[in-house]
Design a protein around this ligand. Structure first.
Ligand code: NAP
Length: 335
């Protein structure tokens, strides 16, 4: 049973792009669990763009990380010692306890995940908050209809590739963008998108004209920036934008779309959303996602880096155009 745990802490707040200096490592003592608690050893950690916002000392929909405190975030771990019979030793659990090797927590803070359904890392990706984000954006925000044309920016990323796959299941025409040729091949050859392009190679609007000569019905926005501007020009009358993320502006603000008034003339509906407002939808989401994953209609793609020490660099990379990850960026810990 572990008596110590290493953890990653916020050492300082970045200005612009984060660097390794903004993170520090510490070792803490782990106590025995009390009644109603368990000791969990993490097996995989989630690396998420929204963590960049939490590094700023700014009011937002989630509180900022505190300097000297461990970075909270999604993690899946295994119960090593239990004081709750509903969470026996060996149970896999999802938590928001973040970038640390082990921790003690009340079981009310944990959700059991079923390791028989999929590799447990999938509960950070396709079967987790990531997949739910894509599902909410497609079904509840964009209200995508069968046969429509949708453009997904960040299409090879964690949320983006899930959104592309869900849209294909809706028998839609799907256009995806990504920041490298390898990712474009993934979208075209593995996800079977109707059109995929490298947004760093040529004008995104020209690509959209090629992929959707009659315009798009829906834009699933993961990036903001120039791709949002291109999507606004491509959208058809009464089109919808599900605004999921604006990663092009997370390190340094990205310019706003110069053509924003198009929203008026085209009567567009532009709606932002935060996935945590929709957690009540988890059963409906899993009812669709689990059978689709089991039958191969959905694939769970992830990029794995090994060891807690690798987490800060993986995070810094994620915020780069052309980042290395295809699918969900996961940190695997030795268990
Ligand atoms: N609304 C919500 O509740 C919610 C929940 C989860 C995530 N999100 C948002 O969804 C988006 C995707 O998140 P994720 O977890 O799936 O991450 P991800 O897409 O797996 O990883 C981030 C990707 O962003 C791309 N990127 C980085 N800098 C960029 C830039 N300047 N311009 C365009 N693309 C850039 C990189 O791919 P390329 O190679 O394609 O550049 C990178 O792989 C993020 O904006 C995130 O904040 C929102």
């Amino acid at each position: 049973m572990p008596t110590e745990s290493r953890e990653v802490r916020l050492a300082s707040r970045p200005q612009g792009e984060p660097s390794l200096d903004n993170f520090s490592f510490a070792t803490v003592q782990i106590r025995d669990p009390n009644p109603g608690e368990v000791l969990v050893r993490n097996v995989c950690l989630s690396v998420d763009p929204y963590m960049r916002g939490r590094m700023n000392d700014a009011k937002s929909y989630v509180p900022p990380f505190q300097i000297g405190q461990p970075l909270e975030g999604g993690a899946v771990g295994r119960v090593i010692a239990s004081q709750d019979e509903k969470f026996p030793t060996g149970t896999y659990v999802f938590s928001m306890y973040g970038w640390r090797e082990a921790f003690v927590a009340p079981t009310s803070h944990l959700q059991i995940v079923d390791a028989a359904v999929a590799p447990v890392s999938a509960y950070l990706g396709l079967l987790g908050v990531t997949g739910l984000t894509a599902w909410v954006g497609i079904n509840l925000i964009a209200r995508l209809k069968v046969g429509e044309t949708i453009f997904v920016s960040g299409g090879a990323g964690a949320v983006g590739n899930a959104a592309c796959q869900l849209a294909k299941i809706h028998s839609c025409k799907v256009i995806g963008s990504a920041g490298s040729e390898e990712k474009v091949s993934f979208l075209r050859d593995q996800l079977k998108l109707d059109y995929a392009f490298n947004y760093r190679d040529g004008d995104p609007l020209e690509h959209l004209k090629r992929g959707a000569p009659d315009g798009i019905h829906v834009y699933f926005d993961n990036t903001g920036g120039p791709q949002l501007e291109a999507a606004l020009s491509s959208l058809r009358n009464y089109g919808r934008i599900a605004m999921c993320g604006g990663i092009a502006g997370y390190n340094t603000p990205a310019p706003g779309p110069r053509n924003l008034p198009i929203v008026i003339g085209k009567r567009l509906r532009v709606e932002g959303f935060i996935v945590s407002d929709h957690f009540r939808e988890i059963p409906a989401f899993l009812e669709e996602a689990v059978p689709a994953l089991k039958s191969g209609k959905l694939i769970n793609r992830e990029t794995v880096v090994e060891g807690l020490d690798a987490a800060p660099a993986a995070f810094i990379d994620l915020l780069h155009s052309g980042a290395r990850n295809i699918g969900k960026m996961i940190v695997k810990l030795s268990s």
